[in-house]
Design a protein around this ligand. Structure first.
Ligand code: URP
Ligand code: ZN
Ligand code: ZN
Length: 532
């Protein structure tokens, strides 16, 4: 039977972009391209009262009501009276009311390895919202090294956004122009983080020389340097070694870039950041080797952030040896998903604070795109899904198992990201004045994941068949209910760009440690000229 939402779409003659995906079960109500406001089905208003749930922030959990008006949290306290009629009341008794997830690491509509990721700023956002994520930060890739052209291209891609988003910027070449553009990105465009790929030789990879210049520039701008840490030269060597051995399938991907290459690059980046005395953010930490470098640096007082991704936390590399190419190739990403043992060690590091926040590296290619590498693993586009699955998998694998608390859950999925990228408490909290990005999670609910039910455009899912406890029943994005009763109510064009200001907390006191360093030099030594 046609739902009211679908009828509405038919009547208006609107083609909802995401419905083009081969998943008839999905509903995208009022996905009017270019629309800028509330959706026209779902019946939610701009005033919402969430009653009786346990409101969880990273610093405390309390039973309280949450009142939302015009996209903002207005009150958080027990027993807020229902009052006026035009308020949508949601009963959250027995459930957790938490800040929407913030995914620090995604690649929507990214041109990469000769193709383009299949989820764009609409389908990726639909998937995110259905999974309880209400904001993400995507990586702008420069056009031929040019940052401004890259930003223009991503602004265009993001016109169909359906939730809030921010940008990091990759740096792929170095000259005076790039250095000036970095300043413009920070001061005029609200970008406070730059990523340096130490891998992908011949395309995105940077040299140590560039990385040093970039770290120095980041420091001067109060921008956070991020690294993809793998030794790209050694990876190229490892790839050739596998080809010479006749190993051309997906397993060759993992074999060609072992953990030692991730550990080496992580250690190198950390040491260079120490030399410059600037904070460092290591993206997608996939191995014990990399994690231990981060742990060591932290023990020594260095400001290094480690970001594990969901795939690295819960999957292992056994899939890459699957005899079916389509199955094995789904799991090809870089750094590779490691052999069993690394995942549990990364979970422990997340529990103990060595690693601070969880991303996804959502970078999705369908089976046709993955098949580009059917004769040569080097041509399999690198990337896996996760933007829709992250919140559920972390709940199930970390909270349900007692490895982290509910407040830790909020910290690693939302608050820490907001703090690092300097947008807290607008994001990452349910406090008076915060954006009303809220999820309601039922701990008694359960989930089953797979390509037939997910909202990504991909026809595959690396979490196919995965079951677990905990269900995000409601997602509220800036005061609008966008996911409820298994139905999405998202509008293309309703997302908002969130500027990330420079000099976040990681920069506090850097000038003092610089001064201490200079004082410690006891130089230049004044020497009298020796008599001839
Ligand atoms: O395999 C991956 N990770 N693809 C996305 C690009 C990157 O390295 O982050
Ligand atoms: Zn990367
Ligand atoms: Zn990535």
């Amino acid at each position: 039977m046609a739902t009211p939402c679908r009828l509405l779409l038919i009547l208006l003659g609107i083609v909802a972009v995401a419905v083009a995906a081969p998943h008839p079960a999905h509903e995208f109500c009022a996905a009017a391209a270019g629309g800028g406001g509330a959706g026209s089905c779902g019946g939610d208003g701009t005033r919402i009262l969430i009653k009786g749930g346990t409101v969880v922030n990273a610093h405390r959990a309390e039973v309280a009501d949450v009142y939302v008006e015009d996209g903002v949290v207005v009150a958080v306290r027990p027993n807020i009276p229902v009052g006026e009629d035009n308020v949508k009341v949601i009963d959250a008794t027995g459930k957790y009311v938490m800040p929407g997830g913030i995914d620090p690491h995604t690649h929507l509509e990214m041109e990469f390895m000769g193709t383009v990721t299949i989820d764009d700023f609409f389908s990726g956002h639909a998937a995110a919202l259905a999974g309880g994520t209400t904001m993400h930060i995507d990586f702008v890739i420069p056009v031929n090294g040019n940052l401004t052209a890259g930003l223009e291209s991503y602004k265009h891609k993001a016109e169909k956004s359906a939730m809030d988003y921010g940008f990091h910027m990759a740096i792929t070449k170095w000259n005076d122009e790039v250095s000036k553009e970095m300043e413009v990105m920070v001061k005029e465009h609200g970008i406070n983080s730059f990523k340096f790929f130490m891998a992908y030789k011949g395309s995105l990879m940077v040299t140590d020389d560039l990385l040093l210049q970039g770290l120095q520039k980041c420091k001067s701008l109060g921008a956070l340097a991020m690294v993809h840490a793998e030794n790209g030269d050694a990876v190229a060597e490892g790839q050739q070694r596998m080809i010479d051995l006749g190993i051309t399938g997906p397993e060759g991907h993992a074999l060609s870039r072992p953990p030692v290459l991730e550990g080496e690059a992580t250690s190198r980046a950390i040491r260079l950041a120490k030399f410059i005395n600037t904070p460092l953010y290591v993206v997608h930490v996939m191995s014990i080797d990399a994690m231990e470098e981060i742990a060591k640096a932290k023990r020594e007082g260095q400001r290094v952030i480690g970001e594990p991704v969901v795939s690295g936390l819960v999957l292992d590399d056994s899939w890459l040896w699957d005899p079916d190419f389509a199955t094995a190739s789904k799991y090809v990403m870089s750094p590779p998903i490691r052999e069993a043992g690394h995942n549990k060690a990364l979970q422990a590091a997340l529990s103990s604070g060595i690693l601070q926040l969880v991303g996804t590296d959502h970078c999705t290619f369908n089976s046709t795109q993955k098949a580009f590498g059917s004769d040569d693993f080097r041509k399999i586009p690198n990337g896996v899904n996760g933007i829709e699955e992250r919140m559920h998998i972390i709940w199930d694998s970390m909270v349900e198992t007692g490895k982290i608390t509910v407040t830790d859950y909020v910290r690693v999925t939302s608050t820490e990201c907001a703090k690092i990228f300097n947008i807290y408490p607008q994001k990452g909290a349910i406090m008076e004045g915060s954006d009303a990005d809220i999820i309601i999670l039922n701990p008694k609910g359960s989930f089953v994941m797979g390509a037939h039910t997910h909202h990504s455009r991909s026809n595959t899912n690396v979490y196919e068949g995965r079951k677990g406890k905990g269900m995000v029943e409601v997602t509220i994005s800036r005061g609008r209910v966008v996911w409820e009763d298994g139905t999405l109510n998202v509008a293309a064009g309703s997302g908002r760009y969130i500027r990330t200001p420079p000099f976040g907390y990681l920069f506090d006191g850097i000038e003092k440690s610089d001064a201490a360093y200079r004082a410690s030099l006891r130089a230049p030594v004044q020497r009298s000229k020796a008599a001839a």
